[in-house]
Design a protein around this ligand. Structure first.
Ligand SMILES: NC(=O)c1ccc[n+]([C@@H]2O[C@H](COP(=O)([O-])OP(=O)(O)OC[C@H]3O[C@@H](n4cnc5c(N)ncnc54)[C@H](OP(=O)(O)O)[C@@H]3O)[C@@H](O)[C@H]2O)c1
Length: 265
């Protein structure tokens, strides 16, 4: 991309969850690809990330907003300030380990509200502008976990199944509107999400994982190419192939081995 828009500015990318992990790297890809940024995350760390993006040459607006809430999504829409969004990278997400019945339900609700409701709300708000301008790219960070029933992070994998599925449907609805929808399906990737989601005490938490910068580069490239989906990394490609042929009960048992806490259930 890199070209200035008709108004003489760089195109604009909105990236959620840009303070760390895959989102930080997606935002860096956007800056290096010629975009200005509006970035959001749930805490003040986003300001440090914004400084890093500015040093690389982008005009950056950073906002702290809890995107699991309608107010948080509307605060992000206000921060965009009516500027046309050329690319929306809906990436913010949380995980949550342990057996479902042992999880704190407020955290379960926060997970669903972040990964599903907040993501849908933001895409609904920004997507309408893209459709009316007949121009835009949407990248949703789903997960390869969305293809697999996920004992011991069951709700997380179910939210990602929702996003993977939704992404293909929205892509179809927008196919004649010059708006592309791409779902990035990372495999296990080295980020803070495992510790934050109580998954540190598991095989999946400590195993060697993919590099977040490489995952983001794969996702950004797919978004720019307008591809429907991309599974990043060998593990993700193998899981997506297996998911089509292996019974769900077998997939669930395999997943449980990686996600069951060593300390118990
Ligand atoms: N790492 C993996 O193995 C993996 C695999 C497949 C898919 N993914 C997906 O990749 C995405 C990024 O995760 P990550 O692995 O990079 O984890 P991460 O380092 O923990 O980053 C998550 C980002 O989302 C933000 N976020 C979380 N809840 C939010 C909320 N309610 N409102 C606003 N921002 C919120 C976080 O902001 P704060 O720091 O301010 O909370 C942070 O910037 C997620 O959608 C995740 O499901 C990750």
């Amino acid at each position: 991309m890199g070209n200035k828009t008709a108004g003489g500015r760089r195109p604009l990318a909105v990236v959620t969850g840009a303070s760390s992990g895959i989102g930080l790297e997606l935002a860096r890809e956007c800056v290096d690809g010629g975009f200005d940024l509006v970035v959001a995350s749930d805490d003040g760390e986003i300001d440090a990330a914004a400084g890093f993006f500015r040093e690389r040459g982008a005009d950056v607006t950073a906002i702290t907003a809890d995107l699991s809430t309608a107010d948080g999504v509307e605060a992000l829409i206000s921060a965009i300030d009516g500027r046309p969004v050329d690319a929306l990278l809906a990436n913010a997400g949380r995980a949550l380990g342990k057996a479902f019945l042992d999880q704190d339900f407020d955290r379960v609700r926060g997970l669903v509200d972040t990964n599903v409701t907040g993501t849908l709300h933001l895409i609904h708000r920004v997507g309408q502008g893209m459709r009316s301008r007949r121009s835009g790219r949407i990248l949703i960070t789903g997960s390869i976990g969305g293809y697999v029933p996920g004992p011991f992070d069951a709700v997380y994998d179910a939210t990602k199944a929702f996003l993977n599925n939704f992404s293909f449907a929205l892509r179809h609805e927008l196919k004649d509107e010059n708006v592309t929808v791409t779902v990035l399906m990372p495999g296990p990737t080295e980020t803070a999400i495992f510790e934050r989601g109580d998954l540190g005490d598991t095989k999946a938490g400590v195993m060697k994982k993919d590099d977040a910068a490489e995952v983001a580069a794969t996702g950004f490239k797919a978004m720019m190419a307008g591809d429907g989906d991309v599974a990043s990394g060998l593990k993700a490609k193998l899981i997506s192939a297996a998911a089509n042929v292996v019974p769900s009960s077998v997939l669930a048992a395999a997943h449980a081995k990686g996600a069951k806490p060593w300390s118990g259930r």
